[in-house]
Write a protein that binds this ligand. Structure first.
Ligand code: GAL
Length: 698
């Protein structure tokens, strides 16, 4: 009989092989974001031909082609042009626009116009207009005014999407579809129709009111429901169980709204036409993006900096979150041509920054970048937003930089064919946990994004590639998985994470982990709940901090602030890595960080928000103890490295985000693809970009 040790080793080898094979399998399939017959990298602009006389289209398309743009998204708000009166459709103009784009080798993505219903529609069917949380029905003339739960609105949305698909579902120059626009920012209608659907949804979920009352602990404050009709839509602070279910219903409402259009299009469109939606990055969390992304061919998102300048961590987190939704490459279907019009300061990105931003997207897994928008309408709410062409129809200064970048994309596109981002480290993102913490922050200073970013920054500096994924997906491909604050750890999630540990993974949990179950109720066990057993330790008490307190131990010395948890070991083989110094009395001398081997892996619990230096030390320890290796090698601070891996080996994108020139010594001789020469060292000015291939390294 094989010894336990040998069995473990065999298992480890088999699992590593399986990981390797699944990565190889992913690498051997063309990503859906790279369209057959088209360049692997695309650049485009969002264009609104309905706003311009037809004579002008030819000039615009010729200019786009000259700027090396190869894709345009159209029709997205043009409902009143496509259905000028109820049931009368006019697609002839759209057909002409598509044909003219084709003549200029510009592929078309059609947007469904459902974010902007025509005036005749909202006039005839006022019930389709959303009712806000103050009970006010919104008026016509803006956008996103449709009610997601309106049966009538869905019927009308289905009809326009279906008519479009009947007409263009086989069009050779239509490569795909974008549904709606940013899904109405997830806004809901606070009317009886929506409330009834919510109650029905709850009935489907809980079956009996007894079950609902028990899971929501409605005995508290006399909240007990005797009838499904009594259940309100929560406005403001409410029962946490009800609030979480409402938020899930919001996801359900938008997912079914989306599916209604997918069904309308899929029935008539060729399978080669993709269907996507324009999502909005990490920061937008009105619904659960994992659910929304499921039926889409791939994820596309709108990448705007707003005020200030691009922060590679903040923007990288959004790219990586969007890429993690389906664990597949993405499109940036809208991005900022210099400036926006909606921020507190609509400054322009610096010269060179727009190009760097486009390459940053490619490095993080984008296969398309499109500017919103080509040319602004002469009137309308967004008339002074950044564009590529001015109101006079002539290029703005930025167009030259965009054209240069588009040319670079075209020149290097083959290098990026079939390449994916492959990471050894994952951060976990869970919408339920994010909502639940934000509803009960306990200290206004608890900023989940800042905490995620501190882990991301420290870990990315070392690993140079990070995935951000749902806690519920297969995790075995990662050497290290970090959950900065996974509040909800129901039993099945705990079992899934424990299996990852058994298989050799290292799971790091941050503060607030495992306090709650899937009903947003407190677990009747100490944190991290069902993972306390593998940890061999638990949280004794949590504290919202008034000020920072010292911590020290084998990870170094430093401070925790905002939040601290007093930990205790329950098994003798759990190790204490950090202890609190003199603090509030309760924490003095107590454990702040625990770790323990479990199965073939390791589980670590970090009970406080660490300062930057300590976080870096913790990241060094986490990566070292998990055998995480950098994908490229050492680079100076301010240089961001990204890697995409394909059948022909890796390709690296290096960008200097710091002021001033920086020199990077490469780990070996590489080919600088933008310069077409072999190099061992490169110099990058601020916003400078290098694309490097290293065929020697698989
Ligand atoms: C996006 C939206 C576009 C446009 C843009 C302006 O969020 O999808 O239609 O409004 O913002 O920055």
């Amino acid at each position: 009989m094989l010894s336990v040790r040998v069995q473990g080793w065999v298992c480890f080898v088999v699992l590593s092989l399986l990981n390797f094979l699944s990565i190889q399998e992913a690498l051997s399939q063309a990503p859906p974001t790279q369209l057959p017959g088209h360049n692997a990298l695309l650049m485009g602009a969002d264009w609104y031909p309905e706003q311009w006389p037809e004579e002008r289209w030819e000039i615009d398309l010729r200019m786009m082609e000259a700027a090396h743009l190869d894709v345009t998204r159209i029709a997205e708000f043009a409902w009143s042009r496509m259905e000028p009166s109820e049931g009368h459709f006019d697609f002839a103009w759209l057909e002409r626009a598509i044909r003219q784009a084709e003549k200029h080798h510009i592929a078309v993505v059609l947007g469904t116009p459902t974010a902007a219903p025509p005036a005749w529609l909202t006039e005839r069917y006022p019930e389709v207009l959303r009712v806000d949380s103050n009970g006010q029905r919104v008026t016509h003339g803006n956008r996103a005014q449709g009610s997601v739960t309106s049966v009538k609105y869905r019927e009308l949305c289905h009809r326009i999407a279906e008519e479009m698909a009947k007409r263009f579902g086989h069009d050779p120059n239509v490569v795909g579809w974008q549904l709606d626009n940013e899904y109405g920012y997830g806004m809901m209608s606070y009317n009886d129709e929506g409330r009834r659907q919510f109650q029905e949804w709850l009935k489907g979920k809980y079956k009996t009111l007894d079950a609902l009352n028990a899971h929501w602990t409605t005995a508290y404050w006399s909240q007990t429901y005797d009838n499904w009709d009594e259940i309100p839509i929560p406005v403001g602070e409410h029962n946490p169980g009800l609030m979480l279910d409402w938020q899930r219903f919001v996801t359900f409402a938008w997912a079914t709204y989306q599916q209604n259009q997918i069904d309308a299009i899929r029935a008539h469109a060729e399978p080669r036409q993709f269907i996507t939606g324009n999502l909005m990055g990490y920061g937008f969390a009105a619904f659960d993006h994992y659910v929304m992304a499921r039926p889409l061919t791939f994820v596309a998102w709108d990448d705007y900096v707003g005020a200030g300048h691009l922060d590679p961590d903040t923007n990288g987190i959004s790219h990586d979150t969007m890429r993690g939704l389906k664990r597949e490459n993405i499109w940036v279907i809208e991005t900022q041509p210099g400036s926006v019009n909606w921020s507190n300061l609509n400054n322009s990105l610096d010269k060179g920054e727009v190009r760097a931003m486009a390459w940053h997207g490619i490095g993080h897994g984008a296969d398309e970048v499109s500017y919103w928008q080509w040319r602004s309408a002469l009137n309308g709410q967004e008339e002074i937003h950044g564009t590529l062409v001015g109101p006079d129809g002539q290029p703005v200064p930025l167009l030259e930089e965009v054209a240069q970048t588009a040319k670079e994309f075209a020149d290097l596109q083959e290098t990026f064919r079939d390449t994916l981002v492959v990471s050894q480290v994952a951060l976990l993102n869970d919408y339920d946990s994010r909502w639940a913490i934000d509803w009960q922050k306990h200290t206004e200073k608890y900023d989940q994004f800042a905490i995620l970013k501190s882990y991301y920054h420290a870990l990315r500096k070392i690993a140079q590639s990070i995935d951000i994924v749902s806690p519920d997906v297969a995790l075995d491909q990662y050497k290290l998985v970090v959950a900065p604050d996974l509040y909800l750890i129901p039993k099945d999630r705990a079992e899934h994470l424990a299996a990852y540990l058994q298989n050799g993974g290292h799971l790091v949990l941050g503060p607030r982990s495992g306090l709650k179950d899937e009903f947003n109720a407190l677990l009747p066990i100490r944190q991290p709940g069902y993972l306390a057993e593998p940890l061999g330790g638990q949280v004794e008490q949590f504290y919202a901090l008034e000020k920072a307190f010292p911590v020290s131990g084998s990870l170094g010395d430093g401070e925790v602030s905002v939040w601290a948890e007093r930990l205790k070991t329950t098994l003798s083989d759990a190790e204490v890595l950090l202890r609190y110094g003199r603090s509030n009395g309760w924490l003095d001398g107590q454990a702040a960080v625990l770790t323990r081997r479990y199965g073939r892996g390791r589980i670590t619990y970090i009970g406080g928000v660490l300062d930057d230096k300590l976080m870096q030390a913790a990241a060094e320890w986490m990566t070292k103890s998990s055998q995480v290796t950098p994908v490229f090698g050492s680079v100076p601070d301010g240089i961001e490295v990204s890697r995409r891996l394909g059948p022909n080996g890796p390709v690296f994108v290096l960008i200097n985000w710091r002021a001033g020139k920086q020199t990077v010594t490469l780990p070996g001789s590489m080919k600088s693809l933008l310069e077409q020469k072999e190099v061992t060292q490169i110099e990058l000015p601020q916003y400078g970009v290098a694309v490097l291939s290293d065929r020697a390294k698989p």
